[in-house]
Write a protein that binds this ligand. Structure first.
Ligand code: PNS
Length: 159
């Protein structure tokens, strides 16, 4: 059984992300949620804040751990024996970007595979960007994010 590395910005973690993590935890022996840097995104939460929020949301999944990494994804993957990259696909919208990232990662390291899991339909419309937008305008995000993320968002002053 392989180790699944699930990278992303997770700014913040959504129910859709948690759905993918839960599915991956049933298929792979171990799942590492890797909070990473996407240089095209300006984030609301720090790496450590995102890590803590995810840790609080995955406590019930015993084979899942959370790490941060600020370098190239393939360089992290190379350090974990018998591992591969897992990404979530919501709809056609995600496909082009995810396909391109998978090919760039393969270009950088031929031996690293990317596996896609599809999210549940009920989460297909949820993204971190939309969560932040709703949050900024004082809307209700309670059905979009895990309760620990909700608590965190309620406590913080929206930047
Ligand atoms: O949740 P996101 O923002 O779609 O995740 C994208 C992420 C963070 C996985 C991607 O930007 C990434 O892998 N960043 C690490 C740096 C890297 O390896 N970039 C080249 C891979 S395309």
């Amino acid at each position: 059984m392989s180790v699944a590395i699930y990278p992303g910005s997770f700014d913040p973690l959504t129910n859709g992300h948690l759905d993918i993590i839960t599915r991956a935890s049933k298929v792979f022996s171990e799942v590492i949620v890797l909070v990473s840097i996407n240089t095209s995104k300006k984030t609301m939460f720090s790496l450590e804040e995102r890590k803590t929020m995810i840790e609080n949301s995955v406590k019930h999944l015993k084979n899942v751990r959370v790490e941060t990494f600020t370098g190239l994804l393939v360089d992290y993957v190379k350090t974990i024996p018998n591992s591969l990259i897992v990404k979530g696909l919501r709809a056609l919208l995600d496909f082009e970007d995810e396909f391109r990232m998978a090919l760039v990662n393969r270009h950088l390291c031929e031996n690293i595979e990317t596996v896609f899991l599809t999210t549940s339909m009920e989460y297909a419309h949820i993204s971190s960007s939309l969560v932040k937008e709703v949050l900024r305008f004082g809307g209700d995000i309670s059905n979009m994010v895990p309760s620990s993320v909700l608590n965190w968002c309620n406590k913080m002053e929206v930047k």
